[in-house]
Each structure stands twice: as structure tokens, then as C-alpha cells.
Design a protein around this ligand. Structure first.
Ligand SMILES: Nc1nc2c(ncn2[C@@H]2O[C@H](COP(=O)(O)OP(=O)(O)OP(=O)(O)O)[C@@H](O)[C@H]2O)c(=O)[nH]1
Length: 359
């Protein structure tokens, strides 16, 4: 892994694509990938969706090479969402390894692109999602691209729900966010940018919705609730950059990259200190918890074996406990896809890393 000095120098942005199922994350990544390649700026690509069948572009690290989603479902008797969370948990046990590879590569690429599962909550609200995002953010400027399906967001009620979701992700991840209105070839996103910048225009849309009883949410209560919510969201909108793109036609890709550059500056000035503080606090808490658990274990084992020997000869030593941790790692290793000899490491790329970058 890179030293802390190298870490400070690493300015390659990581773009984490998050969005509701079908919003176009994968297609957007595909378009961004080809756009960057066309400008001689190849990115580094990570797929964190264990359940996706086909990824229409080459990936450098793919969770599916390390964790067999269907096997996880079978062995743990889990449904689709539980299996996604468990697969991410297993993958997160290797976060140091993954980060080591990304850090080595990141200096030679323009961007690190990360695709996530469409089941947003499985990633954003899971412990493993937080671990993976924290790890990325501690290594390089990390930006969330929240992809919105524009044609499906034209009603004020759906628009507000989507923005509230984005708002909760911003506060959960504490990372700079760009709202990407995708599919603008099918529906122009001007209405959305207007609603976000001009409170009056959103109020007018709400009034129209209220008058038309056939539209969703056309009740007085809903309109009044949304009126109040939109006031709350005004503050949220101030922290965002908004771009309109079409993953199909490629429109808006340069605007998106300009917004990323802006967010990288913001990350370095406003977010980095907070990310470091959270990381330190989490490490401290984990260390305290580990120590507490170990003390409790030693105490329990001592009482069980021989009370008089308790202080002189504990039944379990720290190294025993560490061995137990290693056993847990071996357990996680079993989920590494046997077809991939290198486990979590990209087979094509890992061997050449060793010579060139190790110093
Ligand atoms: N018209 C139009 N359709 C798009 C665009 N981007 C994606 N789509 C379509 O939207 C659908 C979903 O796209 P995906 O890229 O699979 O969406 P996703 O968010 O990755 O989906 P999940 O991984 O299931 O969450 C597909 O049918 C795409 O062809 C776009 O810019 N314009």
C-alpha cells in the first residue's frame, strides 16, 4: 500500500456511480469510459455489483471475480438483496488488498470509476459500503455521481422523492456529490435544473399537480408537505453540482468532467479533513472494541479454567486471538471464486505490478 506521503500526492479522482435501479449507471460508465479513452485518458474501472450479468466494458477489478453471488445465495440461504450485502461484506474483508492495487494504478490513470449495485441501500447503508467508500476517500479525492432517470422524474412528487434520496446519501457518505440527470435524449432536464434553482417554478409545478387530480400526489396534504420539503432541500441543492447527460448520445460528458474537477477541489478544501477525522475516530473505536472484547474473553476463559491462575497464565493470549482472526480470513478466502487463480487480484494485471511499482 502507498505510504501516507504518496497518499497525499494522489489526486486521481474516484467517481462512484450511485443511482436507482435502471437509472443508467452502467450505460453512463460505459459512455464515460469510451469518452475518456477517446481523449487518451484511460480510466481504472471497478465493478462492485456482484449480481450484474454482463458488464459492457472491461473492468480492472470486478467483485464477481472474487465472490460468487449465486453460491453465497445458496450457501447462506439468502434472497437477492441479502446475497448482495453478504457478497459486499466478503469483498470488504479484502479492502486493504483492493486499495493497495488501486493506489498503485491510480497514478497512471485519469480517473477511477466505480459501479455499484442498483439496490442503493445494499451499498450505501451497509457496513461494507461504508468501509469501501471510506477506504477510497482516504486514498484519493472521491466524488459521488448520483444518476437520475430524467424521463421518470418529471412529476414533482417523484422528483422530490429522488432528491430526498440523494440528500440522504450525501449525509450518509459525507462526500461531494454531482447530480447527473441522465437520458436527456428522451427528456430534457431543464425542468429539473429550474426546480432546483428557482423555488417559484417548483411551487408552480406543485400547484399544477394539485389542480390535476389525476396526477400522483394530487392531494392538499401532499402538496403542503412537498412545499415544506422543498424549502428544506434548498440548502441541500446549494452543495451540489448538476449536469445533464445522455449516456446514449454522449451529450454532457465534458460538463460532467468539469463538475468532477470542481468537486475534487471541494474535496481537498472542505471534505478531506472530515474524512480523516472520521477515519481516525473509527479506527480508535475499533481498537477500543477489540481490546474490550479481548479483555472480556481473557476474563471469561480465566474464570472457566482456574480462577487462581487467572492473572498469571491467561487461557488465551493475544497471539491466539490473532490466529482466530486469521482463521476468519481463511473463511472469507473460501468465497474467492476458484476459477480465478489470483482471487481478488486481477489476473492479467497483478503480476506486472510487483516489479514496477513496489518501491
Ligand atoms: N434513452 C436512454 N436510455 C438509456 C440511457 N442510459 C441508459 N439507458 C437505458 O436504461 C436502461 C437501464 O440502463 P442500465 O445502464 O442497465 O442501468 P443501471 O442503473 O446500471 O441498472 P442496474 O444495474 O439494474 O441498477 C437500459 O435499457 C439502457 O439502455 C440514456 O442515456 N438514454
Amino acid at each position: 500500500m502507498a505510504t501516507s506521503e504518496e497518499k497525499q500526492e494522489l489526486q486521481t479522482p474516484a467517481i462512484v456511480c450511485i443511482g436507482m435501479a435502471g437509472s443508467g449507471k452502467t450505460t453512463f460508465m460505459q459512455r464515460l469510459n469510451s469518452h475518456l479513452h477517446s481523449q487518451d485518458m484511460p480510466p481504472y474501472i471497478i465493478n462492485l455489483d456482484p449480481a450484474v450479468l454482463n458488464v459492457p466494458f472491461g473492468t480492472n477489478i470486478d467483485i464477481r471475480d472474487s465472490v460468487n453471488y449465486k453460491e453465497v445465495m445458496k450457501q447462506y440461504n439468502l434472497g437477492p438483496n441479502g446475497a448482495i450485502i453478504t457478497s459486499l461484506n466478503l469483498f470488504a474483508t479484502k479492502v486493504d488488498q483492493v486499495l493497495g492495487i488501486v493506489e498503485k494504478r491510480a497514478g497512471a490513470v485519469s480517473h477511477v470509476l466505480v459501479d455499484t449495485p442498483g439496490q442503493i441501500e445494499c451499498f450505501v447503508w451497509s457496513a461494507s459500503g461504508a468501509i469501501l467508500l471510506d477506504a477510497l476517500a482516504s486514498a484519493m479525492p472521491t466524488v459521488i455521481a448520483y444518476i437520475v432517470d430524467t424521463p421518470r422524474t418529471t412529476s414533482p412528487a417523484t422528483f422530490m422523492s429522488n432528491m430526498l434520496y440523494a440528500c440522504s446519501i450525501l449525509y450518509k457518505t459525507k462526500l461531494p456529490m454531482i447530480i447527473v440527470f441522465n437520458k436527456t435524449d428522451a427528456a430534457d432536464a431543464t425542468f429539473a435544473t429550474e426546480w432546483m434553482t428557482d423555488f417559484e417554478s417548483f411551487q408552480a409545478a406543485l400547484r399544477d399537480m394539485d389542480e390535476d387530480e389525476n396526477t400522483e400526489g394530487g392531494s392538499g396534504y401532499m402538496t403542503s408537505l412537498m412545499n415544506s420539503m422543498s424549502l428544506v432541500l434548498e440548502e441541500f441543492y446549494r452543495h451540489l453540482d448538476v449536469v445533464s447527460v445522455s449516456a446514449y448520445t454522449g451529450a454532457g460528458m465534458d460538463d460532467f468532467l468539469a463538475a468532477v474537477d470542481k468537486k475534487v477541489t471541494e474535496f481537498n478544501t472542505d471534505y478531506k479533513a472530515e474524512v480523516e477525522r472520521i477515519k481516525e475516530q473509527r479506527e480508535k473505536e475499533m481498537e477500543q472494541k477489540k481490546q474490550k472484547d479481548l479483555n472480556r474473553l481473557l476474563k471469561d476463559m480465566g474464570i472457566k479454567d482456574d480462577k487462581s491462575k487467572k492473572t498469571e497464565e491467561p487461557a488465551m493470549t493475544i497471539s491466539d486471538a490473532e490466529e482466530e482472526d486469521e482463521d476468519e480470513d481463511e473463511f472469507a478466502d473460501k468465497f474467492v471464486n476458484p476459477e480465478d487463480a489470483e482471487g481478488i487480484l486481477d489476473v492479467d494485471e497483478y503480476p506486472e505490478e510487483e516489479d514496477s511499482d513496489d518501491e
